[in-house]
Design a binder for this molecule. Structure first.
Ligand SMILES: [Zn+2]
Ligand SMILES: [Zn+2]
Length: 135
């Protein structure tokens, strides 16, 4: 039995609940994540799409196509990224870890797109580090 994980955007218009444990989380250092998140890298929890329930503010949840296969979902009121959908990983949701009410519930185990990592972002060598994607 796991306690449900909840989260929201900054303004709390969009709220959600994740109805499963989190199988994994990654730090993505790609340049799209830098632009789309406004930070040095994105921390993303990978879950099954069916386990994400938007409990409030569906009407504020807006989609922006970052690329052919990648769509960002964010709050149109405050701009907080909530999740990404990548068509290369059907049925998966990449949740923006910082939008969790308790982001410490999951610890990223993998760094991806390290070839685009900023030099001052230090990697933990206990994590799995990939130059590009996992594949
Ligand atoms: Zn908001
Ligand atoms: Zn990325």
């Amino acid at each position: 039995m796991t306690t449900a994980i909840t989260g929201s955007c900054f303004c709390k218009a969009v709220q959600y609940r994740i109805t499963s444990a989190i199988p994994m989380a990654v730090n993505c250092h790609c340049n799209k994540c830098k632009k789309a998140g406004g930070a040095a890298f994105s921390s993303l929890a990978v879950i099954r799409e069916k386990n994400l329930k938007i409990t409030s503010g569906k009407e504020c949840l807006t989609t922006y196509q970052l690329g052919e296969n990648l769509a960002k979902h964010f709050c149109s009121r405050c701009g907080t990224p909530i999740y990404n959908i990548n068509n290369r990983y059907p049925g998966r949701c990449m949740m923006a870890l910082g939008s969790f009410d308790n982001p410490s519930v999951v610890v990223p185990s993998v760094n991806i797109h390290c070839e685009n990592r900023l030099a001052w972002v230090l990697l933990d060598d206990k994590m799995q580090n990939f130059e590009q994607d996992y594949s």
